[in-house]
Ligand binder design. Structure first.
Ligand code: C2E
Ligand code: MG
Length: 568
């Protein structure tokens, strides 16, 4: 079969070697006829059916597959199944005359289609050679469409495709998926000072180094000029993405030799992690990019999106504190014997510009972490005292009724607190005894000695102290008896359970009796139903707070409520 030898396209397949071909037919005779046409110069294997074809291709790669379909009853489906069995091999179809079928075959991925009666050894050999060359060009073009021509790395399109697959996979089974956005610091200087060729050389070397430090299965793509994106799947822990980022930075920090000049560079890396099944691929890229900018703003290094978003949240919260973005809601505490208002608790809210009104659970943990809670508590103290002064002036509240403010353990232990309290009560013109400070047992536990010392100082100022959330933590009698409390608030879950659980109810009754013995009034929180109220009253609770009486509300609403309840 001399016609298959020689004359390969320059730089491509060398046709001087004998070709390995497979002829697939529906029956052995049809396939053998084609085999005979191909002559003896090539290594031709004959097989029947798609399964055998798959097996043969798996065992050894071939240069081209020839489908012998003349005489087939259903050539269309034979073409479809055969083409589904090949992946990278070029395919030539030899079948009966049918233009529509020929087009179909080409659409399905065949490289050529020959009509059986007109096919001789020479035309078949030529078709095989052209099919091989065509397939290679197709593959090269497909590769070019998905790879960056300079570095050979996957480009943005391929990255997105892989990211889509990875995100879909992470939805099916929980894997840890992270995206690293890497940008070279000072790349522009290299381009400007050493020229674009040196810049290109640098990018190629960066790509090579990044590939070397990745874990098998990770993808590094060139995203833009000097931007690279690394996709990591199956991370074992939170820190692994950061380790990959550090390795990437480390390898880039090693000097580059560019056209005789040594250049050193740094990289900034942003990390975004897929956090929930709702994560969108584009969103991950955006988050990693944002984190990278944050890293750059801080002078380089690695930054994670979570940290960035917390950073942003923190600065927004700080801004809210300075520019009237925080508000107070108020909730009354009522005596269970006579429904009189015994105190009013101030509860902080944040009016977030995009997310709307945020409850404390959304921002206090971060405020605690960053220390901003101390300033927030100071603000609440001043505002709450002002509100109480207004209600007193307007005759909405009895002279002896205090306002309650929650204190975090940080605020409790801060040395400025006594001064802040004196200023807040002084400026509002209310006696310190009308300010009640709520401290949770859990926050005292964090630093029992410091907490105790702080409580003693506060007691000398004449303010009231209220132990909050009693029962949620240790319910320690030492804590109960060891400090100058004027009231104890029972934890919401405990009171709710005690209303239905007789045994717990009896035990709580015992604790309440002990409190009464120590002259300590008990307040039940989170009372939502009349049966809960009645049960707690029976157990000996003195006062209650909850949606059943009044939900926390902005000052004007509480004022209306106070006016209504005074008229009752
Ligand atoms: P807390 O001191 O236990 O406040 C009572 C919480 O229970 C409030 O939640 C209130 O809205 C809620 N609540 C009241 N009645 C009911 C009810 O019948 N059913 C239910 N399910 N809940 C009820 P909120 O306002 O979300 O406050 C949560 C916590 O945040 C407070 O718990 C307090 O520990 C803290 N907090 C609120 N404001 C401040 C503040 O200004 N400073 C500090 N440090 N902490 C605050
Ligand atoms: Mg409270």
């Amino acid at each position: 079969m001399g016609n298959l030898v020689g004359l390969g396209p320059p730089g491509e397949k060398d046709f001087s070697e004998p070709l390995r071909l497979i002829v697939v037919g529906e029956d052995v005779h049809g396939a053998a006829r084609i085999q005979a046409l191909l002559g003896r110069d090539s290594d031709v294997q004959v097989c029947t059916g798609a399964t055998r074809l798959r097996r043969a291709l798996h065992e050894e790669p071939v240069d081209c597959v020839v489908l012998a379909l003349a005489g087939s009853d259903d050539p269309e489906s034979a073409i479809r199944t055969a083409l589904a069995s090949v992946s990278d091999e070029p395919v030539v179809v030899v079948a009966s005359s049918d233009d529509a079928l020929a087009l179909r075959a080409i659409y399905e991925g065949a490289q050529d289609y020959l009509l059986q009666p007109n096919t001789d050894g020479e035309s078949l050999g030529r078709a095989v050679r052209y099919a091989i060359a065509r397939k290679r060009t197709e593959t090269r073009l497909a590769r070019q469409a998905l790879h960056d021509s300079l570095t050979g790395l996957p480009n943005r399109a391929l990255l997105l495709d892989r990211l889509n697959v990875a995100v879909a996979r992470s939805r099916r089974r929980p894997t840890s998926l992270a995206l690293l956005f890497l940008d070279l610091d000072g790349f522009k200087n290299v381009n400007d000072n050493l020229g674009h060729e040196a810049g290109d050389e640098l990018l190629v070397e960066v790509a090579r180094r990044l590939q070397r430090v990745l874990r098998p299965g990770d993808t590094v793509a060139r995203y833009g000029g000097d931007e690279f994106v690394i996709l990591c799947e199956d991370l074992r822990g939170q820190r692994e993405a950061r380790r990959v980022a550090e390795r990437a930075r480390g390898t880039i920090a090693e000097p580059f030799a560019l056209s005789g000049t040594q250049v050193t560079l740094q990289a900034s890396v942003g990390i975004a992690r897929a956090r929930s099944e709702q994560t969108m691929p584009q969103e991950l890229i955006r988050e990693a990019d944002l984190a990278m900018y944050q890293a750059k703003r801080r002078g380089g290094g690695v930054e994670s999106y979570e940290a960035t978003s917390e950073f942003e949240l923190e600065s927004r919260l700080r801004e809210a504190l300075q520019h009237a973005g925080l508000q107070l809601h108020f909730q009354p505490v009522l005596g269970l014997a006579d429904n009189r208002v015994l105190s009013v608790e101030a509860l902080v809210r944040w009016e977030h510009p995009e997310r709307g009104l945020q409850p404390p659970a959304e921002f206090l943990p971060l405020a605690e972490e960053t220390g901003l809670i101390v300033d927030i508590d100071h603000w609440v103290l001043a505002e709450a005292c002002q509100a109480l002064a207004r209600w007193r002036t307007d005759g909405l509240i009895d002279d002896g009724t205090p306002v309650s403010v929650n204190l975090s353990s940080r605020t409790l232990r801060s040395t400025e607190l006594p001064g802040v309290i004196e200023r807040a009560t002084g400026e509002a013109g209310i006696p310190p005894g009308l300010l009640s400070l709520e401290v949770t047992e859990a926050s005292l536990e964090q630093d029992p000695r410091g907490g105790a010392a702080a409580l003693d100082v506060l007691a000398t100022l004449g303010v009231r102290l209220c132990l909050d959330d009693f029962g949620s933590d240790r319910a320690s009698l030492r804590t109960l008896s060891g400090h100058p409390w004027s009231a104890v608030k029972l934890d919401r879950a405990t009171t709710a359970a005690a209303a239905t659980d007789t045994k717990l109810g009896r035990m709580l009754g015992g604790v309440l009796a002990a409190q009464h013995a120590a002259d300590l009034p008990a307040i039940a929180k989170g009372i939502e139903t009349a049966p809960q109220r009645d049960a707690l009253r029976r157990l000996g609770c003195d006062a209650a707070q909850g949606f059943l009486f009044a939900a926390p509300a902005p000052a004007p609403e509480l004022e209306q409520w106070l006016a209504r309840s005074a008229g009752r």
